[in-house]
Write a protein that binds this ligand. Structure first.
Ligand SMILES: NC(=O)c1ccc[n+]([C@@H]2O[C@H](COP(=O)([O-])OP(=O)(O)OC[C@H]3O[C@@H](n4cnc5c(N)ncnc54)[C@H](O)[C@@H]3O)[C@@H](O)[C@H]2O)c1
Length: 381
């Protein structure tokens, strides 16, 4: 990897929702977090890939990349590229990541890793064998509110954790007349709500409670067919819209999760309660700059939940904004994720969540699907 000590050649594949967040993060990470990242290589926005070619050229100009291509294989082979962002639909992650790893490139891949568990295992094995640094886009783990919740649990602020209740509800598939798309097809999307949004909830459950030991699950496809985009009848929805899960963590705590992509009115209701023997922590992504904390202390007449608004006391919030309560946004989480990847590439700390961590998340969502398909039998992980 030429020029590694000074500069890091960045290639991004995809320019949609996530492609833009990766491009912005690569562009802004030094300006925002340069003072606290340590000695890391400086990212250079060298090559942007999308199809068709004219779209790639236009987006490279908009995002500030030096060059554009419509050939992702040329991007991963290019000797000027040291790290590859993969932000394409799920079905392409495996081929792109395997090619990038084979070429010795570091990889920042969007979640879920792959369509199948076997593909995700192959990706994690290949990255380990080739010794490249990887990161998977579990951005919600980078929220200063979330890392503060982890700290509170670690210092015993709510005692011994005994129960996790998690939910992730969105309404992007709630409308029964929404046209059929690749998201409904097993071969293109893999799992449905579980892969798309359930993965994020599992990442948070792991981050707060540690590994899941076993689970029992049920799932349902709420809208079994959707109108085909060409108006010629209806297409079958092959994957799940919703799931409900009962969990047992390795630390002995219990848990539950409900997951839906068809929950009217919910836009990004990704949240949890962690119950402890001395208190409770509550989080809701729709209010991502807040935590609710209850501690069983002080006069009974004055007990109650308090709202903690994030600010410079919750690093790295202060690198974005010196004033508490002024609020970070979704794209800021990607900047923090990018900084963690850079520190991993520089060897300052292990990058998390890497392909190994993300594989454990994929194992959970596939275990949920297995349990549900087997009538709710308990699956041990
Ligand atoms: N981390 C998160 O919070 C989060 C949120 C949304 C989506 N995602 C994940 O990100 C991935 C992309 O989702 P999205 O919402 O950005 O999708 P999107 O449809 O907005 O963008 C996908 C991009 O890939 C491009 N593309 C498709 N085929 C290509 C090819 N052969 N070569 C080059 N480019 C190609 C498309 O033109 C488009 O620009 C998915 O895996 C999804 O699960 C993660």
């Amino acid at each position: 990897m030429e020029g590694f000590a000074m500069q890091l050649g960045v290639g991004v594949i995809g320019t949609g929702f996530m492609g833009k967040t990766h491009a912005l993060a690569w562009r802004n990470v030094k300006a925002v977090l340069g003072g606290v990242m340590g000695s890391v290589p400086v990212p250079e926005l060298r090559l942007l890939c999308d199809t068709p070619a004219d779209k790639a050229v236009a987006m490279a100009d908009q995002f500030g990349f030096a060059a554009a291509t419509s050939d992702w294989q040329a991007l991963v082979r290019d000797p000027a590229i040291d790290v590859v962002s993969i932000t394409t639909p799920n079905g392409m992650h495996h081929a792109m990541a395997m090619a990038a790893i084979a070429a010795g490139k570091h990889v920042w891949c969007e979640k879920p890793m792959a369509l199948t568990l076997a593909e995700a295992e192959e990706m994690a094995d290949a990255a380990r064998a080739r010794g490249v640094v990887t990161m998977v886009g579990y951005n919600y783990l980078k929220n200063p509110a979330f890392t503060h919740a982890q700290r509170l649990i670690h210092v015993g602020a709510i005692g011994r954790v005994v129960q996790f209740r998690g939910w992730v509800d969105e309404d992007y598939q709630a409308d029964p007349e929404l046209p059929w798309s690749w998201r409904a097809k097993l071969a293109d999307a893999g799992l449905g709500a579980l892969g798309d949004i359930g993965t994020h909830l599992v990442s948070m459950a792991h981050g707060l409670m540690g590994p899941i030991a076993s689970l029992i699950a049920d799932m349902q496809t709420i809208h079994e067919t959707r109108p085909l985009p060409d108006g010629q009848g209806r297409g079958v929805v092959e994957n799940e819209d919703a799931a409900a899960v009962v969990l047992r963590f390795a630390n002995g705590a219990q848990g539950s999760m409900v997951i839906s992509r068809a929950a009217w009115g919910r836009k990004s209701r990704l949240g949890f309660e962690v119950h402890g023997t001395k208190g409770m922590i509550v989080f809701d992504q729709e209010r991502m700059n807040e935590l609710q904390l209850y501690q069983n202390e002080g006069p009974k007449a004055e007990q109650g939940f308090k709202t903690i608004l994030t600010g410079p006391a919750h690093p790295p919030y202060g690198e974005f904004c010196p004033a508490p309560g002024h609020q970070l946004g979704f794209n800021d989480l990607k900047v923090i994720e990018c900084a963690a990847l850079l520190r991993g590439i520089a060897g300052l700390e292990a990058a998390h969540p890497d392909f190994g961590d993300a594989l454990r998340i994929e194992r959970v969502i596939h275990a949920i699907a297995d349990s549900a398909r087997n009538g709710g039998s308990r699956v041990h992980l």
